[in-house]
Design a protein around this ligand. Structure first.
Ligand code: SAM
Length: 337
């Protein structure tokens, strides 16, 4: 087999980026893994982790981004800027950047086995091992950089990451490159008015959505109103004990009332370019269409009084007519006297 030099790897990447089949990309990735991270497949098979976001033991073809795509992203960075790979797996981005002399790539990952394995392998190649670090991105700080790479599942962890990046972007421009993970990441990011799509790259391997998208994160104040950007507002306020009020025609009372939805019990859903809330009972509320948000309010004091007399799991809806009332799971209506 021909000795892999940086020049040879670069020319093969450029050829494959022009024209390649998926099996050719997979073969190339495996060849580079064999070179940089020998025995990675068998090593990964032994990783078990209780956190579903860790994807312990997953096939590396699904777990990791192709070297070709890291190459595209790193080449897109201005000279001297750094990419941070958020949830870096085996740090392929750092290997390719160190070996080919591309823009720097800092790899942050919370599964210590992957981190240790990658650090040892990078040391064998004389790379800068400070560029691979163990980090829980949901609960620990993330340093400020020019750009970030996300091949990451949607969920609370991602939301905590986005909040940190939105804070960083207040004072200087910042970019996110994102690869689809389960078919709901890119549509989620697209829903943020705070994120502007700049360009798209072709994925070298099949993913749930086509392309790696590059977004610019809005600068300036992140105290965005819900009318301006509901997704950003929800990201920062979902734990804030507020209530979303919508108009609702009540079929039992046979009249329009206000329905107060506890923000902490809602999930924001994006489907075909429209926004919906899903409540604790699985009910979908079409806030982007027939049931728009009327206003947002703090927790009314009277509600505490009313709710405390019942077990919250038995309450289906909090309503307001000329006074607060509760619709119970049984369908019965309870009034505040
Ligand atoms: C789909 S893999 C992508 C790996 C790598 N970025 C790539 O594209 O090759 C997602 C990675 O994120 C890591 N991860 C998930 N939650 C994390 C967290 N809270 N902190 C750090 N890493 C996390 C997982 O362990 C996994 O290695």
């Amino acid at each position: 087999m021909e000795k892999l030099t940086s020049g040879l790897i670069k020319s093969r990447i450029n050829l494959l980026l022009k024209n390649s089949t998926y099996p050719q990309v997979i073969d190339f990735d495996q060849e580079l893994d064999h070179f940089f991270l020998p025995n990675i497949k068998n090593y990964e098979k032994c990783i078990s982790n209780d956190d579903p976001n860790a994807y312990g033991g997953l096939d590396t073809r699904a777990l990791l981004t192709s070297y070709l795509d890291y190459y595209q992203v790193l080449n897109d960075l201005p000279v001297g800027e750094c990419l941070i790979d958020l949830g870096a797996g085996y740090s392929r981005g750092t290997f390719i950047s160190e070996f080919l002399g591309l823009s720097k790539c800092l790899s942050l990952e919370f599964v210590s086995e992957r981190v240790n394995f990658s650090i040892d392998a990078l040391a064998q190649h004389g790379g800068d091992t400070d560029l691979i670090q163990k980090r829980d991105l949901e609960n620990e700080d993330i340093e400020k950089a020019y750009a970030y790479y996300l091949y990451f599942p949607k969920g609370d962890g991602l939301d905590e990451i986005l909040k940190k990046l939105f804070f960083h972007a207040q004072t200087s421009p910042l970019y996110i490159y994102a690869c689809e993970s389960h078919g709901d990441l890119l549509i989620y990011l697209d829903s943020f008015k705070h994120l502007t799509l700049i360009r798209e790259f072709r994925n070298s391997l099949p993913r749930h959505g086509q392309g790696i998208k590059k977004y610019r994160v809005g600068q300036g104040d992140i105290k965005i109103s819900w009318k301006q950007d509901l997704s950003s507002w929800f990201l920062f306020n979902k734990k804030s004990q507020m209530f979303v009020v919508i108009d609702y025609y009540h079929p039992i009372l046979k009249k329009p009332v206000e329905w107060l939805l506890d923000l902490g019990h809602l999930e924001l859903i994006h489907y075909q370019d429209k926004l919906y809330f899903k409540d604790l009972h699985g009910r979908i509320i079409d806030i982007g269409g027939s049931e728009p948000i009327k206003r947002i309010c703090g927790k009314p004091r009277d509600i505490n009084l009313l709710i405390s007399s019942f077990s919250s799991k038995n309450i289906r809806k909090i309503l307001f007519d000329d006074r607060y009332l509760l619709e119970m799971n049984t369908g019965e209506i309870k009034y505040l006297h």
